[in-house]
Design a protein around this ligand. Structure first.
Ligand SMILES: [Zn+2]
Length: 225
């Protein structure tokens, strides 16, 4: 299923919540008269929604992921700091298709993003500002050809230039809220050599290897000057 379908289900659910609140607070008479009918509808809708989220989003099969212990990646922020994963791999709305193996880490605008792995900067885009179609990002290429991407960074928020070699833990950008986003966060993912698709990776500093949506993780990525 593609994101327009997923997005529609998500937005419909959001609207249904608003309608529900409107009925209860602004039209209590209608709500009282149709209580059982309205309740059954909402229970049916949201239990299907819940089943859908549980069975059709999130990592499908952990066997696709490389072992955590060999992983060259660490969480892309300062060690000791705990952050929430708002969306994980194969998420409900936007982590699909080419961005299926992405994570959204909640991060206040202006937070230093550290390189998850040493590599060469191959692309920097930090000219955009505000919410819209175009996002700022930084792309690193690693020794085995894998490429890691850091998205939604602040306008003029890059701390590196194309061609620079950066080591793991080096600050590379300031996070932001630019592009297709509704809250400040870092969208992180690793692409294959051809950049045709994202690939499943693990983080060396995450005990279970794969961060999951709705959970907090403490980084073990020691900042380097
Ligand atoms: Zn994302």
């Amino acid at each position: 299923m593609t994101w327009p379908i997923l997005g529609s289900i998500f937005i419909s659910s959001l609207l249904l919540v608003l309608v529900f609140l409107y009925l209860i607070f602004a039209r209590p008479a209608i709500w009282r008269r149709n209580k059982s009918r309205i309740s059954s509808f909402y229970i049916a809708w949201f239990s299907s929604y819940f089943l859908f989220v549980v069975f059709f989003t999130g990592p499908q099969d952990f066997h696709h992921y490389p072992p955590r212990i060999d992983s060259p990646y660490k969480l892309p922020w300062k060690s000791g700091v705990k952050r929430l994963v708002v969306q994980g791999n194969r998420s409900f709305t936007s982590h699909r298709d080419r961005h299926r193996y992405a994570w959204d880490f909640l991060m206040a605008t202006g937070t230093q993003i550290l390189a998850a792995r040493s590599g060469t900067v191959i692309e920097v885009s930090d000219g955009y500002d505000g919410i819209g179609l175009n996002s700022n990002f930084i792309l690193l290429e690693h020794e085995d050809g894998q490429r890691s991407g850091y998205y939604h960074i602040q306008q003029k928020g890059s701390l590196v230039a194309s061609g620079d070699f950066v080591t793991q833990g080096q600050p590379i950008a300031l996070s932001g809220m630019v592009g297709q986003t509704m809250f400040p966060h870092l969208h992180f993912l690793v692409f294959n050599k051809e950049e045709s698709t994202s690939i499943p990776v693990t983080f060396n500093d995450v005990l279970e290897g794969v961060p999951l949506a709705g959970r907090f993780y403490v980084s073990g990525n020691v900042q380097r000057p």
